[in-house]
Design a protein around this ligand. Structure first.
Ligand SMILES: NC(=O)c1ccc[n+]([C@@H]2O[C@H](COP(=O)([O-])OP(=O)(O)OC[C@H]3O[C@@H](n4cnc5c(N)ncnc54)[C@H](OP(=O)(O)O)[C@@H]3O)[C@@H](O)[C@H]2O)c1
Length: 282
């Protein structure tokens, strides 16, 4: 492997190695990624920390064993990823504030917690960025929204972009758009799974076994998504290709279009955005 193919990152602390934290970690542990000084991760329970015992390059700390686990993890770290539940973020920031290195970059993964909240709890010499990855990070196919903070530089943004590119692609947006982005790509995998469930139910109602229905529908979604990526065509062009004039697909699409899917998705994403605002208001 050449140096050009290797992603180099400075030392990283990951606070809260739960579902999303581990998904991001999976990208950092890829053979093409080198993290100088290794990765320190924290959890509350010792059992969770013990799960990392055999992971090379990762040192795990549990607050149950060591009340200063988060402070130890951030000492010396150039990048600190905060991936605990949103409600726990302010206390965690107060806990680590005095242990952060001057010039450290704190990256939030927590939904709805604003840059202003982070900056209010952290020293001025620490940069803050906000991100919103999605669960396909586990298979290296995340779409991550990324927003700069008021104290972050272009170099900080570029570095954190590189970090999230280890698990997929990155879309930079102003923070004012991050909650809206979350209603599209953050929640998006759930919308896709709901559509898969609905089409699977229709297949079972047409007499296919559950196994056959799953194979037909899962394969169709995966195949169509791959075709979209590989062909470079728009979804509209690909839909038209499948839809012969006066054919069967055209009849089915007419029924779906009568249901005003764009309007339905607007209402669904508006509801998600309203909930994000409720959560931000506490
Ligand atoms: N899941 C998603 O699709 C998604 C997408 C985008 C963003 N996010 C964000 O990611 C964050 C984590 O969500 P999640 O689904 O990964 O939750 P999760 O699985 O519950 O993970 C949270 C982790 O934080 C640890 N933790 C809690 N308090 C801690 C503390 N004081 N110090 C150190 N570690 C602590 C927990 O450890 P223990 O298990 O030992 O208690 C747990 O491993 C949330 O803020 C969420 O908004 C999630």
């Amino acid at each position: 492997m050449t140096a050009a193919e290797t992603t180099q990152l400075p030392s990283i602390a990951l606070l809260g190695a739960g579902s999303m934290g581990r998904a991001v970690l999976s990208g950092l542990l890829a053979p093409t990624v080198e993290v100088a000084g290794g990765i320190r991760v924290t959890n509350r329970s010792a059992e969770r920390a013990a799960e990392f015992a055999d992971t090379p390059g990762v040192t795990a700390f549990a607050t149950a064993d060591d009340p200063d686990a988060n402070r130890h993890a951030v000492a010396g770290a150039a990048i600190v990823i905060v991936a605990v539940k949103p409600a726990m973020v302010p206390d965690l920031l107060d806990e680590i504030a005095s242990s952060l290195e001057p010039g450290a970059i704190v990256v939030s993964v927590a939904a709805g917690v604003t840059v202003a909240t982070y900056e209010a709890h952290l020293p001025e010499n620490v940069a803050v960025l906000r991100s919103m990855p999605n669960t396909p990070a586990v298979v290296g196919r995340a779409v991550t929204g990324l927003s700069a903070g008021t104290r972050s530089s272009a170099a900080d943004l570029a570095l954190v972009r590189t970090l999230f590119e280890t698990v997929g692609t990155v879309v930079e947006v102003p923070e004012s758009q991050l909650d809206a982005l979350s209603t599209i790509s953050g929640s998006g995998p759930a919308y896709v799974f709901l559509l898969i469930e609905a089409l699977t139910q229709a297949a079972v109602e047409k007499g296919f076994t559950a196994e056959q229905a799953a194979e037909l529908v899962n394969g169709t979604f995966a195949g169509a998504a791959e075709l979209l990526v590989a062909s470079g065509k728009t979804p509209t062009a690909l839909r038209i290709q499948v839809t012969s004039p006066k054919g069967t697909t055209e009849r089915a699409l007419a029924v779906l279009q009568d249901a005003d899917l764009p309007g339905l998705f607007t209402r669904a994403t508006d509801a998600a955005l309203a909930r994000a605002r409720e959560l931000a208001a506490g």
